[in-house]
Design a protein around this ligand. Structure first.
Ligand code: UDX
Length: 439
């Protein structure tokens, strides 16, 4: 028996568990996946996240975190239950709530005393009512419970830092006593707390991700115009970012956003609008720009070389962003087949992730070492801005290369340095040599 039960040991669940254990609570993590639990019990992670393995090992030794595969017993033993199960997209863009429904069913079946159910999974507005219904339907006898929506805003790669130092805590609750219980759990964190309705709490989460995705698609679309005008989008973003009303974050042009949240949450909002007879035309364009960004950038680069056919290209980074091994919706997974269709020979490298087997063909191979991927390559395409590439010693690495073309899909490289080293550098609307003077 511990203070908190967390259902779902994915990214959000495990980070939440480790965070609460760090805040001094005892935590039980439930997941039905025995392989995952065995890994966790031995202090290992099913994914890569900086600093998490060390904390987990420490917390297991201290006894502040434990794991179980028994949902009914775990629910009976706890009065505070966090729902952190996955909500993947269905093919029509709607959120797949089957894991949420299963968890609600277990809660209903097992509860014999009051429970506070805190929902961290990203679910459509109104789902709190469905969860209530699913719990009640499965109760043998009526027992009181509360549901609070408490969305999570952590980023992969900095999940623990985000969870320990949040910008805000959003609580969607109709019950003051339940809100007070949750506030007590978070008492050691100092940040603004927004208490609102469950529906608004969920919308805050969707709106935040949709707005960040909008900033990225805005800058990527503007970059399309900047390219023929020979304007550096990096300088434009920098110039805009000094206006505090705009801010400088999420204005990095590149081959597009990926990951488990932005694409899924934008689709879920579009689906919700459609169900309500509305059109979110800005969000439609955000998704459309992002879907076409890889192909657009690739065709701009192709104009520089006339054709990628028979060219050997080293593709660096396949994860959707650095410091994670997550390949979900990663732009590189669109770029590699598109480049392959242009008859290029592709040599892939990533510091952590392995290319899915279906993308490995006669034309596409993955290398363990960066040098291996670069050897004999005519061109380099940077898809993910891992520091392994950005900070690499390109004066040495260039000796392994056959050509001098460098395509920077994240505008992340030291372009002046690469040019000085003799590379022909092309970014995303950030090409050749610009003065870039900042005082
Ligand atoms: C995001 C939100 O930031 C987080 O608050 C939410 O809880 C989950 O979704 P995450 O998906 O981990 O987090 O990654 P994030 O750092 O936001 O990046 C998302 C994608 O946008 C990446 O593919 C990244 O490369 C891309 N991106 C980000 C850009 O293309 N340009 C930018 O300026 C910023």
């Amino acid at each position: 028996m511990s203070d908190i039960l967390i259902m779902g040991m994915g990214y959000v669940g495990l980070t939440t568990a480790i965070t609460f254990a760090e805040l001094g609570w005892t935590v039980t993590g439930f997941d039905p996946d025995m392989m995952k639990l065995n890994l966790l019990r031995s202090g290992d992670l099913p994914f890569y996240e900086h600093g998490m393995k060390q904390l987990l090992t420490k917390q297991i030794a201290e006894g502040s975190i434990r794991f179980t595969e028994q949902p009914l017993q775990a629910i009976q033993d706890h009065s505070v239950i966090f729902l952190c199960v996955g909500t993947p997209s269905n093919s029509d863009g709607s959120a797949n709530l089957s894991y949420v429904q299963q968890a609600a069913l277990w809660i209903g079946q097992a509860m014999d005393a009051y429970k506070l159910v805190v929902v961290k999974s990203t679910v459509p507005v109104g789902t709190n009512e469905n969860i209530r219904k699913w719990i009640v339907m499965n109760q043998a006898t009526p027992v009181n419970f509360d549901i609070i929506m408490n969305p999570e805003f952590l980023r992969e790669g900095s999940a623990l830092a985000d969870a320990m130092n949040p910008d805000r805590i959003v609580i969607g609750s109709d019950e003051e006593a339940a809100t007070a219980t949750l506030l007590k759990l978070y008492a050691k964190l100092s940040c603004p707390v927004i208490v609102t309705t469950p529906q608004a709490a969920i919308m805050i989460k969707y709106a935040s991700n949709a707005f960040l995705a909008t900033k990225i698609s805005f800058i990527n679309e503007l970059a399309r115009l900047c390219e023929p005008l020979d304007v550096s989008i990096v300088d434009v973003a920098q110039g805009m970012g000094y206006d505090p009303r705009i801010g400088n974050s999420f204005l990095k042009a590149g081959i597009g956003y990926g990951g488990s949240c932005f694409p899924k949450d934008v689709d879920a909002l579009l689906y919700a609008a459609d169900r309500n007879g509305l059109t979110l035309s800005i969000m439609e364009q955000v998704a459309k720009i992002n879907r076409s960004q890889v192909v657009h950038v690739l065709s701009q680069w192709e104009q520089r070389v006339s054709s990628f056919a028979a060219m050997t290209v080293a593709v660096l980074g396949i994860t959707f962003k650095p410091n994670t091994d997550d390949l979900r919706e990663a732009p590189a997974l669109t770029l590699i087949p598109a480049l392959s269709a242009k008859q290029a020979i592709i040599r892939v490298h990533d510091p952590l992730a392995k290319l899915p087997a279906n993308l490995l063909t006669d034309q596409v191979s993955q290398y363990e070492s960066l040098e291996g991927a670069l050897t004999g390559a005519d061109a380099v395409i940077l898809c993910t801005e891992w520091s392994d590439y950005v900070k690499a010693d390109w004066s040495k690495l260039k000796a392994s290369l056959n050509g001098r073309l460098f395509f920077d899909g994240r505008n992340a490289m030291d372009r002046q340095l690469l040019i000085r080293l003799g590379f022909e550098y092309y970014g995303v609307s950030h090409n050749g040599e610009y003065p870039s003077v900042t005082r």
